[in-house]
Design a protein. Structure first.
Length: 287
């Protein structure tokens, strides 16, 4: 008998943040370790702009094992969807989703769970013990309409996929069902999926030197904090050493365009420019 492989894709939302898990199952047993991925950047990082392919051969490096290659037609269709997201800067509705299902001719089986807290106690005088569990909410993709307009804060989608097309479709499906759209990170300037344009940073690590262990948002916060300290320090020193305070006031005027710029757009280039101003233009020797 031929052994059959299935792929289980789980996407969990907790505290408004997404995490993805992929697992290969062979003959009902786990065949590989879980592969963790971030659904908000996974598809975008796979996309190769230069060749206009979503993945083709690359996916084995991402998930750690080999699939039959994605068909060229499906690859192109995924790229089209991604570009539609990028171009239209909006989330997709059920009508779009149904259309994509027909186009791909897939009907990925999935179940939705939501998290609820239960309280148990075996002693009337004891404090109840709180435990949180995922309860099944809905099975099968046929009744997608039932949950499309509901915002279930903590939930988990579990997809059973047969091949790479279905895996990728499942990730897109989740993003569409939960009204994700594509935004551009204010720091690294790469694109990411978000359910609100209020989120301005992606979850990637910052490309800024010495801050590349931090996610974009935290990196910007730390860099700006360091610059503010340096700025205040320079100002204070100019105030102390220059009796007329001319240097301090001139410095204030000079620094303003830099602070304004990084406030609006803390890109790597703008931060570098500011850093250069603080540490090179106003190098230690000058003071
Ligand atoms: Zn970023």
């Amino acid at each position: 008998m031929m052994s059959k492989s299935e792929y289980i894709v789980e996407i969990t939302r907790e505290n408004n943040s997404l995490s993805g898990k992929m697992q290969k199952v062979k003959n009902g047993k786990n065949d590989t370790k879980d592969t963790i991925f971030d659904p908000t950047i996974f598809l975008i990082d796979l996309y190769k702009k230069d060749t206009n392919h979503l993945l083709a051969n690359d996916v084995k490096n991402v998930f750690g094992f080999k699939f039959d290659n994605l068909s060229a037609t499906h690859d192109l269709m995924f790229v089209d969807i991604l570009n539609k997201f990028i171009r239209e800067k909006r989330s997709f509705d059920l009508y779009d989703l149904e259309k994509f299902k027909v186009l791909f001719d897939v009907n990925v089986d999935y179940a939705v769970y939501y998290k609820i807290a239960t309280y148990t106690t075996d002693d009337l005088n004891a404090k109840p013990i709180k435990s949180e569990n995922y309860m099944p909410y809905l099975y099968h993709s046929d009744n997608a309409e039932d949950i499309f307009n509901q915002d279930i804060k903590c939930h988990k989608y579990k997809y059973i996929c047969n091949d790479i097309t279905e895996i990728l479709f499942a990730i897109f499906h989740y993003l569409m069902m939960n009204k994700y759209k594509v935004a551009t990170c204010r720091h690294c300037e790469k694109r990411f999926f978000t359910n609100s344009f209020k989120n301005m940073y992606c979850k990637r690590k910052s490309p800024y030197k010495k801050y590349d262990h931090l996610e974009c948002e935290q990196a910007v916060r730390n860099i700006c904090q360091k610059f503010k300290k340096r700025r205040d320090n320079l100002y204070g020193r100019y105030m102390t050493y220059d009796k007329d305070n001319d240097k301090a006031y001139a410095f204030s005027d000079e620094v303003k365009p830099f602070t304004d710029k990084v406030k609006i757009s803390p890109t790597v280039a703008n931060l570098k420019e500011y850093e250069n101003f603080l540490y090179v233009t106003h190098g230690k020797k000058e003071i």
